[in-house]
Design a protein around this ligand. Structure first.
Ligand code: SAM
Length: 409
């Protein structure tokens, strides 16, 4: 199948130069080994430029840089056709100070979309529910592969949904587009062979499990307040109590949160300067929650809702390996803990505040992780049913011990 033509723009010399197009992006993904062969044709046919708005924000080390197509069309085209996530909405579309921007919609990073679609393992004849339409690119890829009628896509934000609908229709795609809370799925179009979420969740919505066919699959980013996140691929079966989704962590996936499950406000908003907390000591090696992804992921499972912040002396470098303070905060119970880390130390000064024993929870989590041989995050998995979810190590028969959130709903 032929790919769309390249986009010609005047080069500095005045002669035409071809800037990247959909085929170039597909080739980049394939060359990097990130494109499953059965998706190559769809990627070469779905032009990201037809979906990305003129004004975007581009992730940068110091935040998000604005990019307006009218100011620099060549750069806009180049970024749209490279493996880059583009932020298309911040702070739910409301006006917010530039320093506190929280992305709320995007054109996801192509390599992540490609990975999620590969794990989805779609076959001809499958009906797919995509949740989080965003700009509509993933819906277009699915519709190109499976046909319009096989794809249902739900977006919560009406303005985002309207833009996606317009772009999809202009590009010749007419999947079922719904506006609403995707955590409820859509009973009307169920059952689904595949469910794909393009936002991160703490808990698998029971509707996704209930509306899936036996033999179906759910692929979703999943995370904790400490670690956002990993990608889960869950297979659907049915036991005596009803449908069940069960599967493993298959990779990393840092996505924006489902709008109802994200935590608002800065981590340190909960820590009041005038409250010194109750001093103590700990043997907790705070570096593990700075440097070690597996330790941080596992701790996030044991201490749900806990966020972290790292405070360094003004003259410290990020890589310096010097002293720092680890803050662990639970905004809901207004509890916090801090640990002053000193290189080479074994016992560290700490302070705690509030009703939730955050430091004890995190110490217990890291002790468990160490006692189980420091498992990598891909050794973990999840079983989700209508009545809740259970994380496990290696095998569903090996569930993690109860956590704070299990005990305090
Ligand atoms: C990462 S963006 C989607 C990217 C998009 N699928 C693509 O093709 O590039 C996540 C989207 O999920 C939407 N969203 C967040 N919570 C939602 C919910 N509960 N139901 C439906 N959509 C939701 C956001 O508004 C946002 O547009």
């Amino acid at each position: 199948m032929s790919s769309p033509p390249g986009i010609d723009t005047p080069a500095a010399s005045g002669s035409p130069a071809t800037v990247p197009d959909a085929a170039a992006l597909a080739a980049e993904l394939a060359a990097a080994g990130r494109l499953a062969p059965d998706w190559a044709d769809a990627w070469a046919r779905v032009d990201r430029a037809a979906f990305v708005p003129d004004r975007v924000r581009v992730p940068a080390p110091d935040g998000y840089h604005r990019l307006d197509r009218a100011d620099d069309p060549a750069r806009w085209h180049a970024l749209v056709h490279t493996d880059t996530a583009l932020i298309t909405q911040v702070e739910d579309g409301t006006h917010a100070p530039e320093f506190s921007l929280r992305p709320t919609s995007s054109a996801s990073m192509p390599r992540m979309v490609a990975a999620m679609l590969a794990h989805l393992d779609v076959r001809e004849g499958h009906r797919v529910l995509e949740i989080g339409t965003g700009v509509g690119i993933t819906a277009a890829l699915l519709a190109t592969r499976l046909g319009d009628d096989a794809v249902v896509s739900i977006e919560l934000d009406p303005r985002v949904a309207a833009d996606a609908r317009g772009a999809l229709h202009r590009a010749g795609h007419h999947p079922h587009l719904l506006i609403g809370d995707g955590t409820c799925g859509s009973v009307e179009h169920a059952p689904y062979d595949r469910v794909l979420s393009t936002f991160s969740v703490h808990t698998i919505p029971p509707a996704w499990v209930a509306q899936s066919r036996p033999g179906g699959r759910i692929v979703t980013p999943w995370g904790s307040a400490l670690y956002n996140g990993v990608l889960l691929a869950l297979d659907i079966d049915t036991d005596t109590t009803g449908p069940r989704a069960c599967g493993r962590v298959v990779g990393d996936a840092a996505f924006m949160w489902e709008r109802g499950q994200g935590v608002r406000g800065g981590v340190m908003d909960t820590v009041r300067d005038q409250d010194p907390g109750t001093p103590g000591t700990t043997t907790l090696d705070a570096r593990l929650l700075v440097d070690d992804r597996d330790a941080t992921f596992c701790t996030g499972l044991f201490a749900p809702g806990v966020r972290r912040s790292i405070g360094r002396p003004p003259d410290a470098t990020r890589e310096g390996g010097g002293e720092f303070t680890l803050w662990l905060v639970d905004a809901q119970s207004r509890s916090w803990a801090c640990v002053d880390h000193t290189p080479g130390g074994t016992v560290f000064e700490s302070a705690v505040h509030g009703p939730r024993p955050i430091l004890a929870e995190v110490e217990a989590a890291l002790a468990w992780w160490g006692a189980h041989g420091r498992p990598e995050r891909t050794r973990f998995g999840l079983t989700a049913t209508a009545s809740g979810q259970t994380a496990w190590l290696d095998d569903p028969s090996n569930p993690l011990p109860a956590t704070h959130s299990d005990m305090c709903p």
